[in-house]
Ligand binder design. Structure first.
Ligand code: ATP
Ligand code: MG
Length: 249
């Protein structure tokens, strides 16, 4: 048992969720490494959602609400860390879920689908009957009605190659990635440099807030969005955080 008073309680609890995910067979062992990399970056940003992330989360909510065919991609880490939160966002934004795995096995896809359904997910694409061009077969598999034909895709913790392939298909790709330097972060249309555990609930809060706006008002929110600027602000935030820390010691 990790005591609530532990200074790194949240981070350690998140780690436990990933370990549980591996034990249940919904998260891959490589997912543990991805989590470790994420934790390191979260440490650098101060384990809080920064200004640039909150702005990108609001833009993401507006893009999802404006989309004709939004889809939320779910991998093994996302399914372990934020399944309920993803289901809630899926309902709010009217964006079906699609299980999309880098280290794909049909068994793990089925387990994640069952896990999501048990928690109340109603709208999940289950067939893999199309391929993203430019990727090798297993990593390219998607649903023809889902990610393949979506105009906006939310990809938490995506791999750089697949992120680029989706952008090359002309899609708006919203990525959640704590590493502002990763290829995913660099090539997405909207990059949210935040922990998935904070980012998904924030996008839902914004989606709830923005839901009553007119289309033109939503378009106004995304009009001047500049993703390069978001990434450079996120890097500045890390720099500032480190400067503060080095002044203390
Ligand atoms: P890329 O292929 O985009 O260059 P990568 O190879 O550096 O990425 P991967 O191992 O493919 O990284 O994916 C893990 C990514 O997910 C890392 O960039 C990591 O920072 C990020 N990540 C891991 N856990 C979380 C989390 N809980 N919230 C947000 N991002 C996370
Ligand atoms: Mg990668």
């Amino acid at each position: 048992m990790i005591p609530k008073s532990h200074p790194r309680y949240e981070s350690l609890m998140t780690r436990e969720l990933i370990i549980e995910g591996v034990k249940k067979g919904i998260t891959s062992t490589q997912g543990l490494i991805a989590q470790g990399r994420g934790e390191a970056f979260d440490y650098l940003i101060g384990e809080k959602s920064k200004e640039s992330a909150l702005h990108a989360e609001k833009v993401a909510a507006a893009k999802l609400l404006l989309a004709k065919k939004p889809v939320i991609s779910v991998n093994g880490n996302a399914a372990a860390l934020v399944p309920r939160e993803l289901i809630r966002l899926s309902e709010l934004a009217n964006a079906p879920l699609e299980v999309n795995l880098f280290h794909r096995t049909e068994e793990r896809v089925d387990k994640i689908i069952r896990h999501l359904r048990t928690l109340g997910a109603r709208n999940i694409f289950t067939k893999s009957d199309a391929l993203i061009p430019g990727l090798e077969h297993e990593r390219a598999k998607v649903n023809s009605e889902g990610i393949f034909s979506a105009d906006v895709v939310l990809v938490p913790l995506e791999d750089g190659d697949r992120c680029k392939a989706l952008v090359d298909m002309g899609k708006t790709v919203i990525a959640i990635d704590l590493n502002p330097l990763s290829r995913t972060a660099q090539c997405a249309t909207v990059t949210i440099v935040d922990n998935i555990t904070r980012a998904v609930p924030h996008i839902s809060i914004f989606a709830e807030e923005l839901k009553c706006l007119k289309m033109e008002e939503l378009q106004e929110i995304i009009r001047d969005y500049d993703n390069k600027n978001t990434i450079s602000l996120a890097i500045d935030e890390i720099k500032n955080n480190l400067e503060c820390l080095s002044n203390i010691s």
